[in-house]
Design a protein around this ligand. Structure first.
Ligand SMILES: [Zn+2]
Length: 386
């Protein structure tokens, strides 16, 4: 068998695409380092204790309110420090003609994003410190179980509650496409509850599609930027890929993987908290929420360590969904042309360096996906010939 890497052309990417993706990666790294530095600074200088005291004073010593105020202050500091990077990202998309987002709409989205984060972070922090107060012995196990429940709930609610905060959705009205999806689903012995048009064009020139939700909210979303510029065969290929995620239960499996990682995460957090408390005497109790930056530090370091693993797992799932698509559609030609169009439209790197792909990419490089499709078609042909 010819390995996919051997037939990947090396320099198909424009300098523009390479530069754009390199800057985006650096923005991600800078954002990560900024968060790390902020947490370390808060802990090393003792400012986290100062913020806690302010929170207590402002809420008249009310624990739960103080937790919320502390989280809010932490988020505000983080937002203000990261604002430059956020604005740079916004400008970057415009500089490469990838954005339809006006400055005013961007500001509105930033505010909305902050409010959504505030609600989510508030719920998580209140839950966490409530559990710590009630069950200091086994808090990390209980919190892990609670987080798992929260994950599942969020996965279920996201398409109906979270995404509509930022984007408009409408049921797909293209009868031809709907009929094709039903046929694809029937062949697979499965049914997706709905296909929705995702009005991405209000904000971006990029195209995208995804399988989202759990149970009754399970749906495929297709960007209008995709629907407008791709042939029915190409869209069917994309649909077949998303259906592949559904058939292989990738969302459910990803939640299981997350469950394993967060289990280790909570265990490590408990260990670190106890170490700083019992040995270093930095905090007096577990439920002293000035230790939040320490918890976040554990989370950040851990997520950095598992990122390549999670991405490798995601790429594995993507390859599986791709193979499902190859089997479901009449020929792989529309899959290949859809991939090439997507790369062009999204200014994606078709052939990133191996290291970059290994560390940063949740999807296999487009050149590899195209090569896999070609190899699959070839294998089919020779199988038919014999
Ligand atoms: Zn996918």
């Amino acid at each position: 068998m010819v390995s996919a890497a051997a037939i990947v052309p090396t320099s198909v990417d424009s300098p523009e695409a390479r530069r754009y993706n390199r800057i985006r990666r650096w923005l991600g790294v800078a954002d990560f380092i900024l968060g790390l530095v902020l947490m370390v600074a808060l802990l090393a200088t003792g400012w986290t204790g100062t913020l806690r005291d302010i929170a207590y004073k402002a809420t008249f010593q009310h624990y739960s309110l103080a937790v919320f105020l502390y989280v809010l202050m932490l988020m505000l500091i983080g937002k203000i420090l990261g604002l430059g990077l956020d604005y740079y990202s916004f400008r970057l998309e415009h500089r490469y003609q990838l954005s339809n987002l006006r400055l005013r709409a961007w500001v509105r989205d930033e505010i909305k994003g902050f409010l959504v984060e505030m609600v989510l972070a508030g719920i998580v922090a209140e839950l966490l410190y409530f559990i710590m107060r009630q069950a200091p012995q086994h808090w990390w196990l209980i919190a892990w179980a609670a987080f798992l429940g929260l994950f599942v709930l969020l996965a279920q609610l996201a398409p109906v509650v979270l995404f509509p905060v930022f984007y408009k959705f409408a049921p797909l009205e293209n009868e031809e496409l709907k009929a094709r999806l039903v046929r694809l689903g029937e062949r697979a012995g499965t049914r997706v509850r709905g296909v929705y048009q995702w009005k991405l064009s209000e904000k971006s020139k990029k195209a995208n599609a995804a399988l989202t939700g759990l149970g009754s909210t399970r749906r495929i979303i297709l960007a209008d930027t995709l629907l407008a510029n791709y042939s029915t065969d190409e869209i069917e290929a994309v649909l077949a890929h998303e259906l592949g995620h559904h058939v292989h239960r990738h969302i459910f499996k990803s939640i299981l993987v997350q469950a394993g990682i967060t289990f280790v995460g909570f265990w490590a957090a408990n260990w670190v908290l106890h170490y700083t408390m019992d040995r270093l005497h930095v905090f007096e109790t577990l439920s002293d929420f000035a230790n939040l930056p320490l918890l976040l530090l554990v989370v950040t370091v851990l997520s950095f360590l598992v990122l390549p693993l999670l991405n490798a797992y995601s790429r594995y799932n993507e390859r599986q969904a791709d193979r499902y698509a190859f089997q479901s559609i009449a020929t792989v030609a529309p899959f290949i042309s859809a991939m090439n169009k997507l790369a062009e439209q999204n200014l994606a790197e078709r052939s990133p360096s191996q290291l970059v792909e290994w560390f940063f990419h949740s999807h296999p490089a487009i050149s590899r996906r195209v090569a896999a499709a070609e190899a699959w078609a070839k294998a089919q042909l020779s199988a038919r010939a014999t």
